[in-house]
Write a protein that binds this ligand. Structure first.
Ligand code: NAD
Ligand code: TYD
Length: 343
């Protein structure tokens, strides 16, 4: 297949691109706007591959989409503004990318009769105290991020029902692994712990997330692309649930940092207490997660420890002012050089 992967310079899409090129022999065209979260470095090892092409452009830009989609058999849409805290501070881009962008991609798929796969999130269901969400659970998103993702999912469903577009949706739980931008819980805590910076836990830290390793989610998306039924939604949840504070304590142990770095800070507005997904439908297609949180987290800490080349430009750039705005404090003043040993 020749796949148009939108937003694949980001965390999950870049893992998906690698797996499809290297394990499935697909051709891959990446269309990405390269926002603060999109990084060509994430695709660095794929650039020499004969089946790989990269185009810089926004999914809400019809001309950019027209140029990228030529000759493709399917569109997989990863492109999104993805951070809940940023959606609370500045929701504008979330509406444009999630809603307008998805609409433009759906139109491009409809004109050509292409297979379409929307990458979505468990957050569209809202928070659940007990049990797990199925694909039939109502959508009750809490944040501007999850509300705009839910809006996009509903548009995708409407293109199947109204126009017969062969479109499916795959909703993942919280992903972690290498190449994740350090605004998200796990990489933020790893890098702060390695630098001796405070570890800011929102509220009581007892919020629970259902963690999935990024390669497991990428494989679930591939499974839905190949074997999923058009018009269907598929949940892909990870094998382990964990309270935030336990994740942070484990990172403290793995990095050798001091537990006194943990600080409980003001809670996130509208903070969802717990996410949990039932994944029976995608399991029936032959998918199962392979990576347990205990091992995956240790591997992720090792990756960040060994790949300062990847995160140094982030930590010494615009991320610093984002961090100050979000946390009301600065990171350690002098960024380490890539050659300096970490503690
Ligand atoms: P990310 O923030 O790492 O990457 C998003 C990518 O989209 C970046 O490369 C960015 O440049 C690109 N992008 C943003 N706006 C764009 C636009 N208008 N046009 C083109 N490209 C644009 O995100 P991620 O964590 O890799 O998430 C990928 C997808 O998976 C998203 O749709 C997200 O909602 C979904 N998802 C994420 C998680 C998670 O835990 N990270 C869990 C479930 C689902
Ligand atoms: P995050 O990685 O932003 O993912 P999401 O909000 O999509 O679940 O956050 C995961 C959990 O960690 C969430 O409950 C919020 C919490 N959190 C903190 O306690 N401190 C932080 O600095 C961040 C970024 C998140």
């Amino acid at each position: 297949m020749r796949l148009l992967l939108c937003g694949a310079a980001g965390f999950i899409g870049s893992h998906f691109a690698r797996i499809r090129l290297e394990e499935h022999g697909d051709e891959v065209v990446v269309l990405d706007r390269l926002t603060y979260a999109g990084r060509e470095e994430n695709l660095r090892d794929l650039r020499e591959h004969s089946g790989f092409a990269f185009l810089r452009g926004a999914i809400e830009d019809r001309e950019a989409v027209e140029a990228a989609v030529q000759g493709c058999d399917a569109i997989v849409n990863f492109a999104a503004e993805t951070h809940v805290d940023r959606s609370i501070a500045e929701p504008d881009a979330f509406v444009t990318t999630q809603v307008m962008g998805t609409y433009v991609l759906l139109e491009a798929a409809r004109e050509r009769g292409l297979r379409y796969l929307q990458v979505s999130t468990d957050e569209v269901y809202g928070s659940i105290e007990h049990g797990a969400f199925t694909e039939r659970s109502p959508l009750e998103p809490s944040s501007p991020y999850s509300a705009t993702k839910a809006g996009a999912d509903l548009l995708v469903g409407s293109y199947f029902h109204t126009f017969g577009l062969p479109a499916s949706t795959c909703r993942g739980s919280n992903n972690y692994g290498s190449h994740q931008y350090p605004e998200k819980l796990i990489p933020l805590m790893i890098l702060n712990a390695l630098h001796g910076d405070p570890l800011p836990v929102y509220g009581d830290g007892l919020q629970v997330r259902n963690w999935i390793h990024v390669t497991d989610f990428a494989r679930a998306i591939g499974c839905v692309l190949e074997r999923g039924r058009p018009g269907e939604v598929y949940n892909a949840g990870g094998p382990d649930e964990c309270a935030n504070i336990e994740i942070v304590q484990r990172i403290v142990q793995l990095t050798g940092a001091h537990e006194s770095l943990i600080e409980h800070v003001r809670d996130r507005l509208g903070h969802d207490r717990r996410y949990s997904l039932s994944s029976e439908r995608v399991r029936a297609l032959g998918w199962a997660p392979r990576v347990r949180l205990h091992d995956g987290l240790a591997r992720t800490v090792a990756w960040y420890r060994d790949n300062a080349w990847w995160w140094e430009p982030i930590r010494s750039g615009a991320y610093r002012s984002y961090y100050e705005r979000q946390y009301g404090r600065a990171l350690t003043a002098a960024p380490r050089s890539a050659s300096a040993p970490l503690p």
